[in-house]
Design a binder for this molecule. Structure first.
Ligand SMILES: Nc1nc2c(ncn2[C@@H]2O[C@H](COP(=O)(O)OP(=O)(O)OP(=O)(O)O)[C@@H](O)[C@H]2O)c(=O)[nH]1
Ligand SMILES: [Mg+2]
Length: 425
């Protein structure tokens, strides 16, 4: 059963999202309760009168768990559980549960475990009391926890163990993060422009990665399908670009997850360009809210300095009138469909434009005795437009990333027509 406190008159969107989260976690919604209220009651979360209604609805629907659309204070959770004799799961716990289900890589699992421990640490007392009362067995949505009802000293011990585990996980994540940093540096030194896909969960980031690069990253109509960053390349007009797909954002993204997934989210931070992907088929006010929450997470991780393009995906779901309206609301944004392929050529072109001055067309004459330089050139992986083995050496026409040109400056040959050694594309 779902409970939502709403400040806005239209709670349907908040409910809809919570329903989706519950569905993704494998929970079927049997009843929903909404209270219009500016801020939660510090003790009971909902108002006192609403608590009776909630209790009645919970029993009537024969619900097995109450899911609340906020991160609850430990006391609020306890009070609700006592009042309803129910299992109460808050929004953060629900999202952590989904992340735990979807984590596949070693790093993803560590990140989720860290986030869960951090969520649980201040709640450990509540957790044990909860277990004692219910006779033990379940933490959040079925994660098995020990059933022993410990005394105060046991609790102290558990807290210490948890803190030590948190420190250990942080260290291990740092090590794993180093590998990622190395890979990132390799990418950066290759000079290949990197584009990061950012956006709300389920807007089609992975579908777009697949469409642009011909990959087959997992795509599902459920939330937080992707947790691990994936980087793939594509070529456009003879130039190579890298695209990174990463974890999606959500309204009220638990701060424990932002912290736990810091190194993953950094992929966005180090990109040369962020494509902020949105689901154009969402109603206007929901769209605005989704954009705002992505912007706020990008700001939180310091990625708001990276150049950004707003891209409206799922445009195949929008009628011509809606498209025109979106064009007015978001001037300069691209309208695409990662599924039908509409607008993808324009998107590639837009990306290329952004990096146009980062590549330089050069003509080189490499004497045969400079074989190592030739190997170096090939190692760059830059597209070679022409190669001719002449008398004086190898003549090459190639497109180099700007920072690499200096290494070959000695071998540059002037363009017969323009008289300049390097011409900007
Ligand atoms: N109609 C339509 N559906 C799309 C489009 N792009 C993606 N989808 C669907 O949207 C759902 C989510 O797609 P994903 O690519 O998994 O979305 P994501 O942003 O990677 O989601 P997370 O990894 O969960 O954050 C899938 O059911 C896709 O088939 C599109 O252009 N049009
Ligand atoms: Mg994805």
């Amino acid at each position: 059963m779902l409970a939502v406190l709403s400040k806005s008159a239209d709670a349907e969107q908040e409910l809809g999202e919570l329903r989706e989260l519950a569905r993704t976690a494998g929970v079927e919604t049997v009843a929903e309760v909404v209270q219009q209220r500016a801020s939660p009651d510090p003790r009971t979360y909902v108002g006192k009168g609403k608590l009776d209604e909630l209790k009645h609805a919970y029993e009537h629907a024969r619900a097995e768990v109450l899911i609340v659309d906020d991160e609850l204070e430990p006391t609020q959770q306890r009070t609700l559980e006592n009042a309803l004799t129910a299992r109460v799961v808050d929004r953060t716990q629900l999202i952590l549960d989904i992340f735990a289900q979807h984590a596949t890589s070693a790093e993803g699992k560590l990140q989720v475990e860290l986030a869960q421990l951090e969520y649980n640490l201040p709640r450990m007392r509540g957790m044990w009391q909860h277990l004692e009362r219910l006779g033990g067995g379940t933490g959040a949505l079925g994660a098995g926890v020990g059933t022993r009802g410990p005394g105060e000293s046991q609790l102290e011990t558990d807290r210490r163990i948890a803190r030590r585990k948190i420190a250990l996980l942080r260290r291990r994540l740092k090590d794993v993060g180093k590998h990622r940093a190395t890979r990132r540096k390799e990418r950066a030194s290759s000079g290949t422009p990197t584009v990061a896909l950012a956006g709300y969960t389920n807007v089609g980031k992975s579908t777009l990665l697949n469409a642009l690069t011909g990959s087959d990253v997992s795509v599902e109509n459920r939330l937080f399908e992707t947790l691990d960053p994936t980087t793939r390349g594509f070529e456009h007009d003879g130039k190579r670009y890298l695209v990174t797909d990463t974890v999606g954002f959500i309204r009220k993204l638990p701060m424990q997850l932002v912290e736990g997934f810091a190194s993953t989210l950094e992929e966005t931070l180090v990109a040369d360009l962020v494509l902020h992907l949105v689901d154009a088929s969402e109603p206007d006010d929901r769209l605005a809210e989704m954009i705002a929450s992505v912007d706020s997470v990008l700001g939180e991780i310091g990625a708001d300095e990276v150049p950004l393009e707003l891209v409206l995906n799922k445009i195949d779901q929008v009628d011509p009138l809606g498209r025109r309206r979106l064009g007015n609301v978001f001037p300069g944004s691209l309208q695409i469909s990662a599924v039908t392929g509409e607008g993808l050529e324009e998107l590639r072109g837009r990306i290329a434009e952004r990096f146009a001055d980062r590549y330089v067309d050069v003509r080189l004459l490499l004497p045969y005795e400079e074989g190592a330089k030739l190997a170096e050139l090939y190692a760059l992986g830059a597209p070679i437009a022409e190669r001719e083995d002449g008398e004086e050496g190898v003549f090459i026409r190639a497109r180099l990333p700007q920072p690499e040109v200096r290494r070959f400056a000695r071998y540059l040959v002037a363009d017969a027509h323009e008289g300049s050694a390097a011409e900007h594309v």
